[in-house]
Ligand binder design. Structure first.
Ligand code: XMP
Length: 517
């Protein structure tokens, strides 16, 4: 059975990913593609429904992104949101004008005709929506009618029921639109006749079949970090090819306290994977000696990781000799690389295994490249994976090296590990671990004066970093309770030798980043 596809055409809105998430939450599969693809490419995808996203441009600009009007002749239901609505109306013979004032923020619409995506809403009912637009439609194309209006937008929602074409001036995907989910649901199910059949169970079944087909009798390897993405990817691939998958876990010397042992235990007890555990810690730490520049640290670790990984892969017997490399790439990475705005500037080198597939001539298997993080967790849960793995906070490939500012030394690493372990323990005890995107310690390359008993001390400073975030693109510093901070601070200063001061990082991203290096 072919899985139905909702095609989301991206015109560069900050909310495009949100549209995709909302559609997926209704258990309908969707993909985002840039508006710059040509019509034939869109047609070849055979979408069951199309959503035209919002965008920052004005449809009236000469260079503004547009779409081949042939899209409206496909007979596929289309929902245009904001820019997408203005484009739909403009291309089909309506009129759009630049409004004197941008309308941004909450607004109330009144439903005139409860059909299409507004079916189920009482006529004359008023409901809150989120507006964010400059231009507005001033006359409708033939056959279109007004479905809802607001004080500022006489055409807040419009549609041509016969052709199943709809447009909304507001953003149903944004949480501030009270009935946004109901509206998207009405579009997907009532207008398009889709089924809510995209579920973790169906994803697992489909993926296992797809991976089995791709890999055949071949063997695959996977760099397992113990994190959510690589663990779920590995378990999914193992479901398809069993012991033909070898997972390699590299201890790079900059893991947290007891982490290597925990990962090995977790795999042994819960995941039933073929695991090679390589302790390369001394090699990494020797290579890091004397390096203080963050990018050089990252590159040194990335390069060495590839060397170690390749050496281990070569040691595998003929049976296990890999032709495939499993990676836990997620959908936001995929979108980022094809995004309409183009890839954003590299602020920090994030590619831990960049160059590996080419160098080892391995074909990639990326079973999670269609999923958002929360969906990865659901898929993991569907396969019976433990909650502790699925809700583990992200941990960067370069590990503690980028949290040990300046040179990475055994002394600083020991202080950092012990302080970090205390923070983890207390955050978990306060039942805050899962609500935080990340919580960790950083050790600064400076010493400060303190007093312990009657003695003067001159020791390192540890910073606590705890953030909330949805996707790491932006983050806010977590308002951890003072009592918790007090407890962590006093425990770290009392229990960890070499640290006499603890500070709390109250910077959000942007302009700061989550990690310090
Ligand atoms: P920043 O510091 O850029 O980090 O705000 C955003 C998120 O990415 C993680 N991070 C990394 N993850 N390899 C990784 O696998 C890396 O090199 C890397 N650098 C940062 C970071 O922990 C945060 O969640």
């Amino acid at each position: 059975m072919r899985r139905s596809l909702v095609l989301i055409v991206d015109f560069g809105s900050q909310y495009t990913q949100l549209i995709a998430r909302r559609v997926r939450e209704q258990h309908v599969y969707c993909e985002i593609h840039p508006c710059t693809l040509d019509f034939e490419a869109f047609k070849a995808m055979e979408p069951e429904a199309i959503i035209l996203s919002g965008g920052p441009a004005s449809t009236l600009g000469a260079e503004s992104p547009t779409i081949d009007p042939a899209i409206f002749e496909l007979g596929v239901p289309i929902l245009g949101i904001c820019y997408g609505m203005q484009l739909t109306c403009g291309l089909l013979g309506g009129k759009v004008e630049a409004a004197d004032e941008r309308e941004f923020g909450p607004a109330t619409i009144t439903v005139d005709k409860p059909v299409g995506l507004l079916s189920g809403i009482e006529p004359a009912a008023a409901t809150n929506v989120w507006m964010s637009h400059g231009d507005r439609v001033i006359s409708l194309p033939d056959g279109f009618e007004v479905l809802a209006h607001s004080d500022n937008s006489p055409f807040a929602a419009v549609g041509h029921a016969g052709r199943k074409l709809y447009g909304v001036q507001f953003h149903p995907e944004v949480a501030h639109t009270d009935l946004g989910d109901e509206m998207l649901g009405a579009f997907l199910f009532d207008v398009c006749g889709l089924e809510p059949s995209w579920t973790p169970a169906s994803f697992v079944d489909e993926s296992v079949a797809r991976i089995a087909k791709q890999v055949g009798d071949g063997a695959a390897i996977c760099g397992l970090s113990g994190g959510v993405d690589s663990s779920v990817a590995a378990v999914l691939v193992a479901k398809a090819i069993g012991k033909k998958l070898t997972c390699i876990f590299v201890d790079n010397g900059v893991l947290r306290r007891d982490e290597a042992a925990q990962v090995v235990r977790m795999v042994r007890d819960h995941l039933d994977l073929n695991l090679v555990h390589v302790d390369a810690s001394r090699r990494f730490l020797d290579a890091l000696a004397g390096i203080t520049d963050p990018e050089t640290k990252r590159k040194t670790i990335g390069r060495l990781f590839i060397d170690v990984f390749e050496e281990e892969a070569k040691k595998l017997g003929k049976e296990q000799e890999p032709a495939f490399l499993v990676q836990g790439t997620l959908y936001p990475d995929v979108i980022e690389s094809v995004s309409f705005k183009g890839p954003s500037a590299v602020i920090k080198t994030h590619h831990n295994v960049g160059g590996l597939p080419e160098r080892m001539k391995l074909e990639l298997v990326e079973p999670l490249r269609e999923l958002f993080k929360d969906e990865v967790r659901e898929v993991g849960a569907q396969m019976g994976m433990p909650r502790r793995v699925l809700w583990r906070q992200p941990f960067p490939g370069p590990g503690l090296a980028i949290r040990c500012l300046g040179e990475v030394t055994d002394e600083k690493l020991a202080i950092l590990r012990n302080a970090d372990a205390i923070l983890q323990e207390e955050v978990r005890a306060a039942e805050l671990y899962e609500s935080l995107w990340q919580s960790f310690c950083v050790i600064l390359p400076v010493r400060s004066v303190g007093v312990m008993g009657d003695d003067r001390t001159y020791e390192y400073v540890v910073a606590i970093r705890a953030v909330t975030s949805k996707d790491a693109m932006t983050a806010d510093w977590a308002r951890l309770p003072y009592d918790l901070l007090a407890k962590v601070s006093s425990r770290v200063i009392n229990e960890v030798r070499g640290c006499n001061r603890v500070v709390y990082d109250i910077s959000s991203k942007p302009p700061s980043t989550i990690e310090w290096e």
